[in-house]
Design a protein around this ligand. Structure first.
Ligand code: PLP
Length: 340
């Protein structure tokens, strides 16, 4: 298929309307077969629970072009399972794993002209979602649901190489200690918009959320997970009831242990003991890894490796995982799903 006339390397992370999207309806206890449609607008009842009560969830994953002209998805089964947990949490019907993966594959194939070629640094981002719809007014689960998947090309996160950015801690909580923080549900993100804006206004990339119970430990870095590399080369990432379980994070835990022979652990990361880390980063599907230059907490700036240069371990972790996603580094069994 002819690729669209898009300047792949200049793309950012913005909405582009591609040709086809997938949509499936849940009614009377079951999902229909789903289909690809051209219209990017959804018509729903004004009483839909997704509009009033946040009964919705979403996912984010990418399709990558490989050197040999193939296209592949990275661990879509993990996104499918995480979305099932989100659905369960807000009382929506689960989408079967096979249906989820099939929908993603269909959307990538139908929009192949928009999938950035290998070597451009750009990728094809997929956004699956489930929303509660149908006539309703009280606080209760919706009578009907929509499962949709759409996608678009997104640019290389780092234009001209990985550069560290700085973050600042916030007093705001994005989620409650035993609330919905570990689920990718809309309310968490509405709750984060204001503190994100405050951080950006002050010149930071985003804010750092501390654990909502004690405000002494790092929970999340904006909408990404945190990891640190200790001075004795251990890979550490926080454990908490309010962190979104990042698939990139779990993949990095594996890469650090199996590919880089590092000791790895999930545990508390005290905001007052950042000294033990040589390097730190934020991780998620969008950028894979964003190196953290420094963190400002209580008016004091703590710099890790450097505010301008990415650290050697962070760089190696990034290159290995991104290499796996693009098919240049051999992947652990079951991580890659071939679209073509
Ligand atoms: C999606 C998300 C992440 C990253 O998860 P990945 O599966 O690695 O993309 C981290 N934190 C939050 C709050 C998220 O919404």
């Amino acid at each position: 298929m002819e690729k669209n006339d898009i300047k792949w390397s200049e793309l950012g992370f913005s909405y582009i309307k591609t040709d086809k999207r997938y949509i499936s309806y849940w009614k009377d206890g079951k999902w229909d077969d789903g289909q690809l449609v051209e219209d990017n607008k959804i018509s729903i009842s004004e009483g839909s629970t997704c509009l009033h009560y946040g009964q919705e969830c979403f996912e984010g994953l990418k399709a990558y072009s490989t050197k040999d002209g193939g296209i592949q998805l990275f661990r879509p089964d993990e996104n499918a399972k995480r979305m099932q947990k989100s659905c369960e949490k807000v009382l929506m019907p689960e989408v079967p794993v096979e249906k989820f993966i099939d929908a993603c594959m269909q959307v990538v194939k139908a929009n192949e002209a928009y999938v950035p070629p290998y070597g451009t640094g750009a990728t094809f981002y997929l956004r699956p979602f489930v929303i509660g719809v149908g006539d309703n007014i009280g606080v209760r689960p919706a009578p009907e649901y929509i499962f949709g998947v759409f996608g678009m090309p997104v640019g290389p996160y780092f234009k001209g190489g990985m550069t560290p950015v700085n973050f600042v801690t916030t007093d705001v909580d994005r989620a409650a200690p035993y609330g919905t923080g570990k689920n990718k549900v809309g309310g968490n993100y509405a709750a984060s918009l204001q503190s994100h804006l405050e951080a950006v206004k002050r010149g930071f990339a985003d804010c750092i959320y501390l654990d909502p119970l004690t405000h002494t430990k790092i929970d999340e870095v904006g909408a990404a997970n945190f990891f640190g590399v200790t001075k004795d080369n251990k890979f550490i990432t926080p454990e908490s009831t309010s962190i979104l379980p990042s698939i990139t994070k779990f993949s990095l835990l594996h890469v650090a242990k199996e590919y880089l022979n590092m000791e790895v652990m999930e545990g508390d990361v005290s905001i007052n003991k950042l000294d033990k880390f040589a390097e730190a980063g934020a991780c998620g599907t969008a950028a894979v890894i964003t190196p953290i230059g420094g963190i400002e907490h209580n008016g004091k700036m703590h710099v890790f490796h450097s505010e301008t240069e990415v650290g050697p371990v962070t760089k190696k972790l990034y290159e290995t995982l991104y290499g796996i996603q693009m098919g240049d580094v051999e992947a652990p069994k079951g991580w890659i799903y071939k679209v073509k």
